[in-house]
Design a protein around this ligand. Sequence first.
Ligand SMILES: Nc1ncnc2c1ncn2[C@@H]1O[C@H](COP(=O)(O)OP(=O)(O)O)[C@@H](O)[C@H]1O
Ligand SMILES: [Mg+2]
Length: 236
Amino acid sequence: MLEIKNLTAGYKQGPDIIKNINLTLLENEIVTIIGPNGAGKSTILLSIFGLTNLRKGEIYHGARKISGLKTDQIIRSGIALVMQGRNIFPDLTVEENLEMGAFVLQNKTEIALRKEEVFNFFPILKKFRQKSSGILSGGERQMVAISMALMLSPEVLLLDEPSIGLSPKIAEEVFEKIQKIRDSGTSILIVEQNAIKALEISNRGYVLELGENALEDKASELLLNPKICELYLGKS
Ligand SMILES: Nc1ncnc2c1ncn2[C@@H]1O[C@H](COP(=O)(O)OP(=O)(O)O)[C@@H](O)[C@H]1O
Ligand SMILES: [Mg+2]
């Protein structure tokens, strides 16, 4: 579904931030990238989305090479990114935010249909439909941010720290929704500081250190790996 081959990238004229990264995301998988702050996790997602300076290697979405494409072309190829920080438009209503998520779609009927599907997936957002998004709680904002991405029925969904700052209960709800999105046929790549929770819903995981691949394994194995537990999962 998504394949990163030997990717080296950075920002503008700056140093290489990620180096020789290899990563695959298969159909119907959830894959999580864990690693310390500043390891380059977000940079991987931004690179897939065409927002960094790619210096070496390639990225494929299925058979199609997407490295080198512009972000809007990458979006049109079926990849959606939910950036860290629940980026929504607080002055717009929830419904308007969803429409913003569908900006590459032209067909009004299709947009209306997608909106109903997304509201049915996140029924809690229905009552805020015409309300300004600025009044929403953190969890509701995250659901709007994910909804905006779902407006395009992406084949691949990239999620940067989906549970950061959320209470355990709300984070749990978000992770349940993420699993449902996978079950409905979207492959998902997550970057998450809440590594245990993310690995629990993942098929596989990658550990990133100083911008390089350190380890890759089944999520269930990473959860049992003593070194990983000590370094990244906050248990010993
Ligand atoms: N827009 C940017 N311009 C320049 N450097 C950046 C930018 N974003 C991140 N960096 C640098 O890239 C490194 C990796 O950051 P990031 O990918 O955000 O790590 P992580 O998500 O693992 O915490 C850090 O040293 C950070 O300062
Ligand atoms: Mg980050």
